[in-house]
Design a protein around this ligand. Sequence first.
Ligand code: ATP
Ligand code: MG
Length: 266
Amino acid sequence: MTKRNTILVLSGKGGVGKSTVSTNLALALSMNESKVGLLDADIYGPSIPTMMGVQESPQLDDQQKIIPIQAHGIELMSSGFLVEPGQALIWRGPMIHKIVQQFCNDVAWSDLDFLVIDLPPGTGDVQLSISQTISVVGAVVVTTPQKVALDDVKRATSMLDSLKIPLLGVIENMSGFLNPATNEIIPIFSQGGGEQLAKDLDCPLFGTIPIDPNVCAAGDTGKPVLIENPSSPASKAFFKIAQKLVAQISKFNHDKVQSEVVQTRS
Ligand SMILES: Nc1ncnc2c1ncn2[C@@H]1O[C@H](COP(=O)(O)OP(=O)(O)OP(=O)(O)O)[C@@H](O)[C@H]1O
Ligand SMILES: [Mg+2]
């Protein structure tokens, strides 16, 4: 696998589970013997420190680069490590660009295989800054099963088009309620949104993750479900999604190399 595959995790609207998916995907990728970094690019509303259960102030190395925080075997960076918990973040537009640049260029990440970037909802300054600052292999879109959510998602994917960021695939989260007593999935929302979206966007649906009280509880207490309960249906879904994501990235990297070879020859 080519080094440092940077993956954006985005959605059309807030609260669909980007941070949950970013955290658990990063962990699933790292359990496959890969070196993984997780960058919380939700500068105003960081949630990775809470979800990963760490609150530390990063140190600088002798080259004045920020040393990422380590937790559960992965490297982390978040604006939440730079301010006291609960303190208001009052950075404005131009500062946002500076912070994104620092997070991308001035963090002493080790030689990562994957850098997962958890984006804020929608289409804004952070998304633009990231696309101007680093090269990404592609983006995954998180959506919920309801079809009404799809218009928002399409706005986000048309932003990807204009920034020339490839869409790797779709993940459907909150796909029905997992009854803990029976392990049965009860579809409480309408169904099929992720599948429809993947079809419309002509990309794979990497998988669906049920609503699972363990996911929520684990996220709130800083013990991600993948660590706390790796054999739960939600964790199994994350592992499967991570596998498909890796396969898709390999395919993209392979196609890119092929087209570069063709270009050099012609
Ligand atoms: N599959 C799931 N089962 C149960 N709870 C979930 C699931 N996915 C996410 N949640 C919960 O839903 C809430 C929102 O999730 P999360 O913070 O990951 O969304 P987000 O898209 O990152 O939100 P924002 O747009 O505010 O950044 C959290 O409390 C999280 O624990
Ligand atoms: Mg979030």
